[in-house]
Design a protein around this ligand. Structure first.
Ligand SMILES: *Cc1c(COP(=O)(O)O)cnc(C)c1O
Length: 275
């Protein structure tokens, strides 16, 4: 049986593609530093959904040695995690079905953060999965970080918990889920607002997330600084940072436009591998 890193060593990274990705990652990193004025560390989650595993490998290897990668689909994350080194920190950022929570938390030891918790049921299922992993592997400190996703835009179809219900869910994670770590809050926000956001304008969704965070901290009796904010994607990450984000999730600006889901491939075709 091959280990994940053996598979990764077999993978052929196209040098031109790698150079392109490294350049794009460096540009985003520089823009983050400028937006932040180097005030505090900002985590960059490189969103690799629908992109092949070799793209992740290209950025995880030196010289960039990037560790944080975001995925949206349980099946795709499971396949990539099996192929790629364990030193990657995977972030699950997509809409998560309750029945996928336990297997993800149990089967992917380097699943580092689930950024899209919006029900106590999902938290409980992740808790069960991570508890089973800890029992099996005998690890002492193996808490899975979670962010509670907040529906800050009030759109019906958006996932995320209502701002007024956020504190109760956060309390549930903190008090009832010993194998999870309540790391903070996340929002996607309205696409239209995101597109209209510039470095100078305030995004209402980001204001709402910060207000929700302050309210949660107060209700839980902790410092606001103990709860991170994850807000900002390709179109608005600089504004997210200006408004206090600790983490940005950037896909298209690093990896380019994504293929349709039906055309996405984790592994390159055999023919392409050989040629
Ligand atoms: C896809 C996705 C991103 C990245 O979006 P880009 O516009 O490609 O940067 C960020 N966050 C979430 C939750 C996503 O689903």
């Amino acid at each position: 049986m091959s280990t994940p890193s053996d598979d990764a060593e077999d993978m052929q990274v196209n040098p031109q593609r790698a150079a392109h990705l490294i350049e794009a990652l460096r540009e985003v990193t520089a823009r983050i530093a400028t937006a932040d004025n180097h005030k505090r560390p900002i985590r960059l989650v490189a969103v690799s959904k629908l992109k092949p595993a070799v793209d992740v490998l290209a950025l995880h290897r030196a010289p960039t040695s990037h560790v944080d990668f975001g995925e949206n689909y349980a099946q795709e994350l499971t396949e990539k995690a099996a192929l790629l080194p364990r030193s990657i920190r995977w972030h699950f950022i997509g809409a998560l079905q309750t029945n996928k929570c336990k297997p993800l938390a149990e089967q992917i030891p380097n699943l580092w953060c689930v950024s899209s918790i919006d029900t106590a049921k999902k938290a409980d299922a992740l808790e069960k999965g991570r508890a089973a992993l800890v029992q099996r592997e005998g690890e002492q400190e193996f808490k899975l970080r979670v962010l509670v996703q907040v529906n800050t835009s009030g759109e019906e179809e958006k996932s995320g918990v209502e701002p007024s219900d956020t504190a109760a869910l956060c309390r549930h994670v903190r008090d009832k889920c010993p194998h999870l770590k309540l790391a903070g809050l996340m929002t996607i926000g309205a696409i239209a607002r995101s597109k209209a956001t510039s470095a100078e304008t305030e995004n209402e969704d980001f204001v709402a997330l910060r207000d929700t965070r302050d309210m949660v901290a107060k209700e839980l009796g902790i410092e606001a600084g103990e709860l991170e904010l994850s807000m900002g994607m390709s179109s608005d990450f600089e504004a997210g940072i200006a408004q206090g984000s600790d983490e940005v999730r950037v896909g298209t600006t690093i990896f380019g436009e994504r293929p349709a889901r039906k055309d996405a491939k984790v592994k390159e075709d055999r023919e392409e591998e050989k040629s």
